[in-house]
Design a protein around this ligand. Structure first.
Ligand SMILES: C[S@@+](CC[C@H](N)C(=O)[O-])C[C@H]1O[C@@H](n2cnc3c(N)ncnc32)[C@H](O)[C@@H]1O
Length: 492
């Protein structure tokens, strides 16, 4: 992907150590990883950890891990972070096995639901008390059904319509066919969603409504960036990583801050908010830069949320990538609920990674209504400083404002935003975001996904990957965003 068009952890179970001073960080790391933006354990190093090897997904602690070590049912596929072995039957599992509900299904002709349990391939027929005792699991079931009902009303694809029934009502035949790809979707959905649950953000699932299902996507799921050492050094050395007062002293010579006129901000503490000033100091174009013809997309624009955390994106130019959001840090003195900390607050709307077709592959769909200007999720991947421009652009998102020249690559490690499909008239956009909870944290580039207009349940969330001239070059993959779209997505 081209510009900002295509890019928080359950802590990695890799051995890692918390970072010390920035000097220590410079010498020690091989690979760095950002930890969750925890709101309670904030001071010091707990938000940032360093791992000394390449990131590798681990099976999270719990019944799944136990089953992976001792179960005898072996899955024919291997997915990172998903148990390969399960307990084959109730009698095989140890007596003290922690039976944790994995998923709930409706069965035609039955009033009570059926369930599967983590680490086990046994289906249980539950009694009438189950629903009252498991409200969260029932809520997930209802969300899935609402999504499928919405699709039933809007899709014209006969195969999708046929398969909606399979996902709404489990049959005994399907249950008895444990080799069916359907059950691998169940596992990948459950374990990836678990990472979101642990991280405190809204969940998601994978769906393939095809008679011949394709295998679920195989990659390492991370809810926050993994940062390569060379990119990390660039972040540490960037002006954006300075504390606010240091920046003020360096760029403005300490003169202008106290006398500068304050511009309106939605921050809870407008009299202390530093965000607009940070934009001025770091990102606003000077008269000189605007004269350079290469900067024709300038001037850069600061996008500010309203008091509810929504951006006004009615006239958003999705072709130009020169927009930035600046979020509050502790320097602003506001709370974690401040509307200018929307990315830090994390994904709140449930989404579905949905198999669209053989051309597009998987895309992202809304499982709840999303409003125009609303934050959807973050583009997460490996942050790296590319040595050359010969990269496959499919899963790359180039950073152009916050630590210019870095790339967020979600090919091997990433989150659900790596699936957002291209549309020539998109309903969402990626926006570079300057965001850190504490001024002492290094500034790592983050990218928010925002809705440009209202998005209904079941609708695909799309962005525009490339500029108009690239899309109309006639070379590359034929764009499948709508029937007979004349454009192409460049291959390199
Ligand atoms: C970032 S990936 C999106 C996830 C990908 N669809 C998958 O299943 O992993 C970008 C790739 O998706 C496909 N794609 C996305 N939108 C498309 C569109 N409108 N037309 C054709 N292919 C598209 C292209 O293969 C593109 O290189």
């Amino acid at each position: 992907m081209d510009h900002v068009t295509p890019v928080k952890d359950q802590a990695s179970t890799e051995s890692y150590s918390n970072v010390g001073t920035s000097q220590q960080r410079r010498t020690r790391i091989a690979f760095a990883i950002l930890t969750r933006s925890s709101k309670t354990e904030l001071q010091g190093s707990k938000r940032f950890a360093v791992i000394h090897r390449e990131f590798k997904s681990q099976i999270p602690n719990g019944p799944g891990k136990e089953a992976n070590e001792n179960g005898t049912w072996v899955c024919p596929f291997e997915y990172p972070g998903i148990p390969k072995n399960k307990f084959f039957s109730k009698t095989e599992a140890p007596e003290d096995f922690d039976w944790k509900v994995q998923n709930v299904f409706k069965i035609k002709g039955e009033t009570s639901p059926a369930t599967t349990y983590e680490g086990s391939d046994v289906l249980w027929y539950e009694d009438d008390d189950f629903a009252a005792a498991n409200p969260e699991a029932m809520k997930l079931l209802e969300t899935r059904h609402r999504f499928l009902e919405a699709l039933q009303k809007t899709t014209e694809d006969p195969e999708v319509l046929k398969c909606i029934d399979r996902d709404q009502y489990l049959t005994k035949e399907l249950f008895n066919n444990q080799q069916h790809l359907y059950w691998h979707y169940e596992d990948v959905s459950y374990y990836h969603n678990k990472i979101h649950v642990d991280y405190g953000i809204a969940g998601f699932s994978y769906m393939c409504l095809r008679e011949e299902m394709v295998a679920p996507p195989n990659f390492q799921y991370i809810p926050y960036h993994v940062v390569k050492e060379s990119a990390y050094k660039r972040c540490l050395a960037s002006k954006g990583s300075k504390k606010y007062l240091e920046l003020e002293a360096e760029v403005a010579g300490n003169k202008s801050f106290w006398s500068s006129k304050r511009t309106p901000t939605a921050c809870e503490k407008p009299e202390k908010c530093k965000c607009n000033r940070i934009f001025q100091l770091l990102y606003k174009d000077t008269e000189d830069s605007l004269e350079d013809p290469r900067d024709r997309e300038l001037p850069r624009k600061l996008l500010q949320p309203n008091k509810a955390g929504f951006l006004d994106l009615e006239h958003f130019n999705y072709i130009s990538n020169q927009k930035i959001i600046v979020e509050c840090s502790n320097a602003c003195g506001c709370s974690e609920e401040c509307p200018r900390r929307r990315l830090q607050q994390g994904q709140k709307k449930r989404l579905v990674v949905f198999y669209e077709n053989e051309i597009i592959g998987f895309g992202l769909r809304a499982a709840e209504p999303i409003k125009a200007g609303e934050y959807v999720t973050e583009y997460v991947g490996t942050v790296l400083a590319p040595r050359n421009n010969n990269r496959n652009p499919s899963y790359d998102l180039g950073i152009e404002i916050v630590v210019e020249g870095l790339v967020i690559d979600s090919r091997k490690c990433g989150n659900l935003a790596r699936f957002v499909a291209h549309a020539c008239e998109p309903n969402a956009a990626f926006i570079e975001t300057h965001s850190r909870i504490f001024e002492t944290d290094p500034l790592i580039p983050r990218v928010s996904l925002y809705a440009l207009r209202d998005i209904a349940i079941g609708e695909a969330v799309t962005i525009c990957y490339y500029s108009r001239d690239k899309l109309s070059s006639g070379k590359g993959i034929k764009c499948a965003c709508r029937p007979n779209c004349p454009n192409h997505l460049p291959k390199n």
